[in-house]
Design a protein around this ligand. Structure first.
Ligand SMILES: [Zn+2]
Ligand SMILES: [Zn+2]
Length: 348
């Protein structure tokens, strides 16, 4: 039986923390459930889930739908598109059965790439390798979550670059239905010995094809829609993230718009965060004046999730007299100053 390999290459960088990663997790579970009930897909489709942040890894190896159980998604630091692509090509090389004189190989693999931000590294080499070795032997659909992805980079990988307006839970439901339908129509196409790649029809409110003639090119390797700060709980020693979303304040007296970031929430994460993060993080700072709101600790409930140790790292504090930094173990007591300070932000 010739299989139709379907790969998901999913960005799990910090800006996805919270609702978004939960919707993706639920969405992937819905896709698998629906495909298991589809007579064509269950015959031909094999699915794998790969994730990338600062590092990339295989979350679920390529397998038949019957045995497929939807995974939990971790979060990592950074958006290394080059490592994501590199890992995808490694998996493709490893798994794809090529056509030989004796037998028909696999159908052309279909790759759905989801990304929500600007790569935090230079992906040129990986993109060149993709173009040279894989652009003709795999079908890639690149989907930009939110409106500030670098579509120019994605358009070098494929002509199928889509914009997904991920505003609400309802949008996510529609989006994952579209993915499911696309896999179903592709499985039917395989059955009819056609190309094996048929995207379902697009509903323009939720998913749009990006007009690649209008190039927009964010200059810096940094994701500016969100500020995400990494912290550790003093009591549980577990990491958590504090996520802020950008908003532009209307001009005041000066006539200038001001940029600030408003708290979305604090989110507990597990230690796999560090495995998925890029060690060589660029040292980028943000001033606390630009950040509005601070969460309670999502791990232990301490009232203040945002205390800055002299080591430069963030942890939670409660009513204890002497606090111990879970990063560097130094002890100190905190007063509440009103001065602003600079903190290191994660890459997103
Ligand atoms: Zn805590
Ligand atoms: Zn410290």
């Amino acid at each position: 039986m010739r299989k139709l390999p379907i790969y998901f290459l999913i960005d799990v960088s910090e800006s996805m923390v919270g609702e978004q990663i939960q919707y993706v997790e639920d969405g992937m579970a819905t896709i698998i459930k629906a495909l298991k009930q589809d007579p064509y897909a269950i015959e031909t489709a094999w699915v794998s889930i790969l994730i990338f942040a600062g590092q990339a890894k295989t979350l679920v190896p390529l397998q038949e739908l019957v045995n497929f159980y939807p995974p939990k998604f971790p979060i990592g630091g950074g958006t290394s598109l080059s490592r994501g692509l590199g890992h995808l090509m490694f998996e493709l090389r490893k798994n794809t059965v090529k056509t030989t004189l004796e037998r028909k190989g696999d159908w052309k693999p279909i790759v759905f790439l989801f990304t929500d931000g600007v790569p935090t590294d230079d992906a040129r080499t990986a993109i060149e390798e993709w173009k040279k070795n894989w652009s003709n032997t795999a079908n890639l659909v690149a989907i930009s979550f939110g409106d500030q992805t670098d579509a120019t980079i994605l358009s070098e990988l494929t002509e199928h670059v889509l914009y997904f307006n991920n505003a609400s839970e309802q949008d996510y439901k529609k989006f994952f239905k579209w993915i499911t339908d696309s896999i179903k129509t592709s499985s039917i196409s395989v059955e009819n010995n056609a190309s094996g790649f048929e995207l379902a029809e697009i509903d323009n409110d939720t998913i749009q094809k990006i007009d690649l003639t209008k190039h927009n090119h964010p200059a810096a390797y940094h994701d500016n829609n969100y500020v995400v700060l990494t912290a550790k709980c003093q009591n549980s020693k577990r990491p958590y993230l504090m996520k802020y979303r950008k908003f532009i304040e209307p001009s005041g007296f000066s006539g200038l718009e001001t940029r600030a970031y408003r708290l979305v929430g604090g989110f507990q994460i597990d230690n796999s965060y560090f495995e998925l993060s890029d060690e060589s993080q660029i040292d980028t700072k943000i001033n606390s004046d630009e950040l509005i709101g601070s969460p309670a600790c999502p791990c232990c409930g301490n009232q203040y999730g945002f205390a800055l140790c002299r080591c430069g790292k963030i942890h939670c504090i409660g009513h204890e007299e002497v606090s111990t930094c879970p990063w560097c173990n130094s002890q100190g007591s905190y007063g509440f100053g009103d001065g602003s300070f600079d903190v290191n932000r994660a890459l997103g």
